[in-house]
Design a protein around this ligand. Structure first.
Ligand SMILES: C[S@@+](CC[C@H](N)C(=O)[O-])C[C@H]1O[C@@H](n2cnc3c(N)ncnc32)[C@H](O)[C@@H]1O
Length: 286
């Protein structure tokens, strides 16, 4: 039998790389492109070490044998890209509090209920930015039945998010100094978000390709900088299901590049200031 073809610099055989690509796609819809062996090696090396596994060939064997085990969860976690920052892209957070939520508050005045879902929330900067923006600019909403749900496939980032602790680098990216002073306190080299803001957000695990934690009747969904990792069919399926989750007249916010490339066509595109939103106007399709 000939030895497996291994790219020496990459440290993973072609067959194992291909198996990991398929496994991650099947479990999370995340595409790992050809040529990304270095990424897989650098991300899975520490996972192998933590599980006392000497090489990636053995790691793949173990995941194959127990695809529902802890190791598999750690493999998927390690291959997610969790890049995020407070008030990322600024403008959507502005128009959320100047236009989107005020409009929905008028629509929901009778029920005084508001449901917001950050559907790929990473380490929490996005949902906490929403909570701080509401605290600052729409305090009336704090007296409503307000729920900010934050979900992600990665249990590791969710745990960090729920803890609400950030590095110096994190709070230096996008967070206005006034908000740092008002809503964080320093704990050594870390910054802890105030309980007032932390309690406004509920964190739950949700894989966007499986059943969702968010109920129908959600008013605003932020689904930012995640669809770019999926293929067209998965993206369309998620956007279609999102319409059923959103209330008629509800708003969907995507990431900057996602509003042009592969933007949903069956929502109304609404340009507000310097940000783009997608609104569901019709009754959701069956
Ligand atoms: C690049 S981050 C974006 C974070 C935030 N929305 C933002 O724009 O700053 C993408 C997030 O999507 C999550 N993700 C990837 N695939 C997912 C899936 N199938 N279901 C749920 N979350 C997923 C990743 O774990 C990661 O935290």
């Amino acid at each position: 039998m000939s030895p497996p073809t291994t790219t020496p610099a990459a440290g993973i055989s072609a067959a194992d790389f291909s198996w990991i690509q398929d496994f991650v796609r099947r479990e999370s819809a995340i595409r790992i492109d050809e040529g990304k062996e270095y990424l897989v090696v650098s991300r899975l090396g520490p996972v192998a070490a933590a599980h006392d596994i000497s090489d990636l060939g053995q790691l793949v064997e173990r995941v194959r044998a127990q695809p529902r085990g802890r190791l598999s969860v750690d493999v998927i976690d390690a291959l997610t890209i969790n890049e995020t920052s407070f008030f990322r892209d600024v403008h959507p957070f502005r128009t959320l509090v100047t236009d989107v939520l005020p409009e929905l508050m008028r629509a929901n005045a009778a029920t005084r209920r508001m449901r917001i879902w950050c559907a790929a929330a990473s380490s929490g900067q996005e949902p906490y930015s929403v909570a701080m923006a509401i605290h600052e600019h729409l305090p009336a909403l704090l007296g409503w039945d307000l729920q900010i749900l934050a979900t992600d496939i990665s249990r590791a980032v969710l745990a960090r998010a729920a803890h609400g602790e950030f590095s110096h680098l994190d709070v230096n990216r996008g967070l206005p100094a006034s908000m740092l002073v008002k809503h964080f306190h320093r704990q050594g080299a870390r910054w802890r978000i105030s309980d007032d803001i932390r309690r406004m957000v509920r964190f739950e695990h949700t894989n966007l390709i499986g059943p969702w934690a968010a109920p129908r009747g959600t008013d605003v969904v932020l689904l930012r900088n995640v669809l770019i990792y999926f293929d067209d069919a998965t993206r369309n399926d998620i956007l279609h299901r999102m319409r059923q989750t959103l209330v008629p007249g509800g708003y969907l916010g995507l990431g900057g590049t996602e509003t042009t490339v592969g933007a949903p066509t069956d929502y109304d595109r609404v340009t507000l200031g310097r940000s783009v939103w997608f609104r569901t106007l019709q009754e959701p399709p069956l």
